[in-house]
Design a protein around this ligand. Structure first.
Ligand code: TYD
Ligand code: MG
Length: 470
């Protein structure tokens, strides 16, 4: 019988400490250390010492491997984020705030796959089978042959899954509710989550089933507790959105079998999640044409262009230190653009509050938004509206120069498709030729000063309303 030991494990990063303490030395989290018992039974004593290892057959990298085809879910937005479908034998972790729609997305994906004739098992550790069934009924999916279980013991789940045909997809909702007999800690602790995940991952690799684990997210946006699980799985996806808006974004944070910069856009409706094939139309709906302080940014998310509206409000401050509030963009990037405007264009914003918002709750990660942000800021400060049929993109450097960005052609094409008539883009060798193909009126800018001068020359007024997309 292996000796039982007590250890103190940080529930946030998994670091093991000799004694309890208020703050984890490893990740700095407060009050995250919990006492856990380990039986030491997971490693047989023969493996720890004495036994001579078995010889493993080494293979060459060039050797042929059986190329298992990806299984397409049939929901395009999800397939693209996964890298073109599910890879048999892979394990995905999908994280997101409570109530964002993880269970809804997964029951819809399960039903879609099951209807294609694949074996799909949905294990819920949080809801009773009746609740899951009720939801499926409401979504019109009750007829799909998904196998359902409400269970939390991993050994029982794996034993059940091993019976019958190999499942194409197994959904575990959620990994935090799972527990295994091999460790004695309470469900939800790092040790339990890690061991349960390990067992499920081993099952996926052995059987060739694709396993999707649902993970909860903590207040600061990390998948709760087991960061360790993120290292063990093949892909980490996050499902984002905010309560005020109906649309949700599926994003890949890590993917061993595909790109990580693709997004999938969904809209939460009364009948579950609906795919949004053209997100630009959604983000640009309800625009206030001709108001000062707004600029349309032509961005890229992976291989897909996405047009969003950037709104800026610059007002005299009543505080000693002016306020800088940003929603949907990197605050340090805003500070940089403000500093460049001040140092290179002589625009003083030290006595102004600056509010920046990416409309619709979208989050931009590209530096190519610099130019659109600068244009919106200058427009708000001067009270001069930008033409409502123009798009902006380009990276601003600390010298005040506007740098070219990638995918100029794709951005311009999307703008033309949505009825925009002009674009302000960085000077570059390809800008002219690519613009010619789209029929847009392209203005190139080599420095931020050019743009500031153009906007200031328009004078404080609302732009005339231009007939445009709906
Ligand atoms: P859910 O999938 O249970 O979220 P999670 O598993 O991420 O915690 O989603 C629950 C929310 O989705 C709930 O607040 C209501 C909303 N919803 C709809 O608006 N329409 C629907 O058809 C469904 C099923 C849920
Ligand atoms: Mg749920």
């Amino acid at each position: 019988m292996a000796k039982r030991t007590t250890s103190f494990v940080c529930q946030s990063c998994g670091a093991v400490h000799m004694r309890w303490q208020g703050r984890c030395d490893s990740c700095g989290a407060w009050n995250s250390i919990a006492e856990e018992q380990s039986g030491g039974a997971s490693v047989p004593s023969a493996q720890r010492g004495g036994r001579r290892g078995r010889l493993i057959a080494l293979e060459s990298l060039a050797g042929v491997s059986e190329d298992a085809p990806r299984i397409r879910i049939g929901i395009n937005e999800a397939d693209r984020v996964a890298g073109g479908g599910l890879v048999p034998g892979s394990v995905l972790l999908i994280g997101g705030d409570p109530g964002i729609g993880k269970s809804t997305l997964l029951i819809q994906a399960s039903a879609a796959l099951a209807r294609e004739g694949h074996r799909v098992v949905y294990v819920s550790g949080e809801e009773a089978s009746a609740q899951v069934r009720l939801r499926a009924e409401r979504l019109g999916l009750a007829g799909a042959p998904v196998e359902l279980a409400a269970e939390t013991n991993v050994e029982d789940i794996v034993a059940t899954l091993s019976e019958g045909g190999r499942p194409a997809l197994v959904v575990i909702d959620s990994i935090q509710t799972m527990w295994t007999d091999t460790v004695e800690s309470a469900p939800g602790t790092v040790t339990q989550v890690r061991s349960s995940a390990q067992i499920l991952i081993r099952f996926a690799k052995r059987s060739g089933a694709c396993v999707v684990l649902v993970g909860h997210v903590t207040k600061d946006g990390q998948i709760a507790g087991p960061r360790v699980v993120e290292h063990m799985v093949d892909a980490v996806l996050s499902f984002e959105g905010d309560g005020a808006h109906h649309f949700r974004i599926l994003r890949a944070q890590k993917n061993r079998f595909g790109p990580t910069d693709e997004i999938g856009v969904f809209e939460m409706t009364g009948l579950g999640l609906r795919e949004v094939a053209n997100p630009s139309e959604l983000f640009l709906s309800n625009r206030d044409h001709g108001a000062p302080g707004t600029a349309v940014y032509a961005g890229m998310e992976g291989t897909r262009p996405v047009l969003v509206e950037i709104q800026a409000l610059v007002v005299p401050t009543s505080l000693g230190t002016p306020r800088r509030a940003v929603v949907g963009w990197d605050p340090s990037r805003l500070s940089m653009v403000l500093a460049v405007l001040e140092a290179r264009c002589g625009i003083k914003l030290g006595a102004h509050d600056v509010h920046l918002n990416v409309a619709g709750g979208f989050r931009i990660s590209e530096p190519a938004a610099d130019l659109a942000v600068a244009a919106a800021l200058v427009s708000s400060l001067s009270g001069s509206a930008l033409p409502s049929d123009a798009v902006y993109f380009g990276e601003v450097s600390l010298t005040g120069a506007v740098r070219p960005v990638s995918h100029t052609g794709a951005r311009l094409k999307e703008a033309a498709k949505l009825g925009f008539a002009s674009a302000v883009v960085p000077q570059g060798k390809s800008a002219g030729t690519e613009a010619g193909e789209t029929g847009l009126n392209v203005e190139t800018a080599s420095s931020l000063g050019d743009i500031v001068a153009t906007i200031a020359a328009r004078g404080p007024r609302r732009a005339p309303r231009v007939a445009q997309e709906g």
